[in-house]
Design a protein around this ligand. Structure first.
Ligand SMILES: [Zn+2]
Ligand SMILES: [Zn+2]
Length: 345
């Protein structure tokens, strides 16, 4: 394999069953909606009742960015895409930090994210504005019961670690421990309100913008088979994830900002951790990918393969279930024309 070529997310990405490309459920589960909206309500009402606090806001922001790093540097760039390496102890700590962000388990998150890249904006994408609208792509998909289980077939590479399986299963433990710790050891109700309720609400929506807004607003450097965009504002609130078109084109890269002006705080932090030996082997894009300036926009070979796989799966689903009109009637996504130019080798 040519290591310099843009590739799919590294593992367990080739299988698509008819269920994978079926329609999305829009029915929200009460059991998931109550805590989700409950935290929102407590945060808003809490601020109204208790009044604004700049020190509280600073606490909220501190825990926002710390835990955002657990999601971007851990859940996304390591567990989903394996763009760099770290030891087993550090791997667990990164997973623990990400889990404290209250976005379910690390293996659940990474497996679902790999599916997003497999079917980006095609039928079967678990969160796609193009397919299912803004709300579903932003938060609705998590609040349904359709995606409850960890998709083990897509995360076999990390399934072998019992400590990660435990953390994935008991993913509610770190957020609850954080909330209790704030309440009992950091300042009572004030610390719980700002450090957990406000911070977690902002952290949810900050992260979710990458599934929703970054597939709608921004610029397109690379032609991919999805709607991913590059967006500075989203990169600032997500520590670099807003360079989403770069990322969809070249998923192996640890940095998602490819130029100095594409601010990517997650990468700066990982770079600093590499200087003290806590992480290693950060992968950066080869110059021919980074500096592509051809007359046409480059098309990712991964995107072509993905589009073809999605088309085949949809066709197979339609053939297997002739009584299901939603599958029979779909227009299978077509592979992007191969004659589009690739970056010069
Ligand atoms: Zn990704
Ligand atoms: Zn995306």
């Amino acid at each position: 394999m040519n290591l310099d070529s843009p590739v799919e997310a590294p593992v367990e990405m080739t299988d698509l069953s008819p269920e994978d490309v079926g329609p999305s459920s829009k029915r929200m589960s009460g059991w998931k909606s109550i805590p989700f909206f409950g935290v929102h309500l407590v945060a808003i009402i809490g601020i109204i009742v208790s009044g604004w606090s700049w020190s509280g806001f600073a606490l909220a922001m501190g825990l926002y960015f710390l835990r955002m790093f657990g999601i971007t540097g851990g859940y996304h760039r390591y567990f989903s895409h394996r763009t760099y390496k770290m030891g087993r102890g550090m791997q667990f700590l990164m997973a623990l930090l990400g889990t404290s962000a209250t976005q379910k388990g690390v293996l659940w998150w990474a497996a679902h994210h790999r599916k997003h890249h497999k079917l980006s904006d095609q039928q079967g994408d678990i969160h796609s504005v193009r397919q299912d609208g803004f709300w579903h792509s932003h938060a609705g998909w998590i609040l349904t019961s359709q995606h409850d289980d960890t998709d083990w077939a897509r995360i076999k590479d990390f399934q072998k670690y019992p400590e990660l399986r435990w953390l994935d299963k008991y993913h509610v433990v770190p957020p609850i421990a954080l909330a209790l710790g704030l309440y009992f050891f950091a300042g009572g109700w004030w610390a719980l309100l700002w450090g957990f309720m406000v911070s977690t609400t902002l952290l949810w929506h900050g992260t979710f913008t990458i599934n929703s807004l970054s597939h709608v607003f921004g610029s397109t450097r690379y032609e991919t088979t999805d709607d991913s965009k590059n967006n500075l504002a989203l990169a600032l609130i997500t520590m670099g994830e807003g360079w989403h078109n770069n990322h969809h084109y070249y998923q192996r890269s640890t940095n998602q900002g490819f130029y100095w002006w594409e601010i990517d705080v997650t990468f700066y932090a990982l770079k600093a951790l590499s200087w003290v030996g806590l992480v290693s082997d950060l992968h950066t894009p080869p110059e021919r990918v980074r500096a592509w300036r051809g007359s046409g926009r480059p098309i990712s070979p991964a995107g072509v393969a993905r589009s073809a796989a999605a088309a085949a799966a949809v066709t197979a689903a339609a053939a297997l279930t002739p009584a299901a009109p939603h599958l029979r009637d779909v227009t299978a996504p077509q592979p992007v024309a191969m004659q589009q130019q690739l970056p010069p080798s």
